[in-house]
Design a protein. Structure first.
Length: 145
């Protein structure tokens, strides 16, 4: 019934792009996996490396997401996450956030996701991080097994 978003399915995600922090531009590379507990609802875990600027960062993100799989062509999604960022030379920082977007079919069991993310940093010091919340676009490529 849920197709690629059915109970028991596993998705692998590859992330690549630019990120901005500390008035610097970073190369962001990441990988992740999600597992569908029921049709449309997954739990995920991802890792990102932010490199090419100073300070370097690594981020670990557990997440939950619901995909409205009933639509034939577009698959809208909504979700939430908790993130821990390990920043070179600075204290680690935690954040929570929400995301929404849509998946487009890119091939058999392959999807391109386009959406937006809102992230709020916990225990944030604006004199160090300049801003304690952020909104940004996201693009993903997903392969479902």
């Amino acid at each position: 019934v849920g197709g690629a978003f059915s109970k028991g399915r596993t998705h692998f995600v590859v992330t690549a792009g630019n990120g901005y922090a500390f008035d610097e531009s970073y190369l962001v590379l990441g990988v992740g996996v999600s597992y569908y507990l029921i049709n449309g609802l997954n739990l995920g875990l991802s890792w990102e490396s932010w490199s090419g600027a100073d300070p370097g960062m690594n981020k670990i993100t557990p997440s939950v997401q619901y995909v409205f799989y009933q639509s034939q062509t577009l698959k809208p999604y909504v979700g939430g996450f908790y993130r821990r960022a390990y920043v070179d030379g600075l204290p680690d920082i935690n954040s929570t956030g929400a995301r929404a977007g849509v998946y487009f079919t890119a091939g058999r069991n392959a999807y391109i996701g386009i959406g937006a993310v809102y992230e709020s940093y916990l225990d944030c010091n604006e004199s160090v991080y300049r801003s304690c919340s952020d909104t940004y676009p996201e693009v993903s490529f997903t392969i479902a097994f």
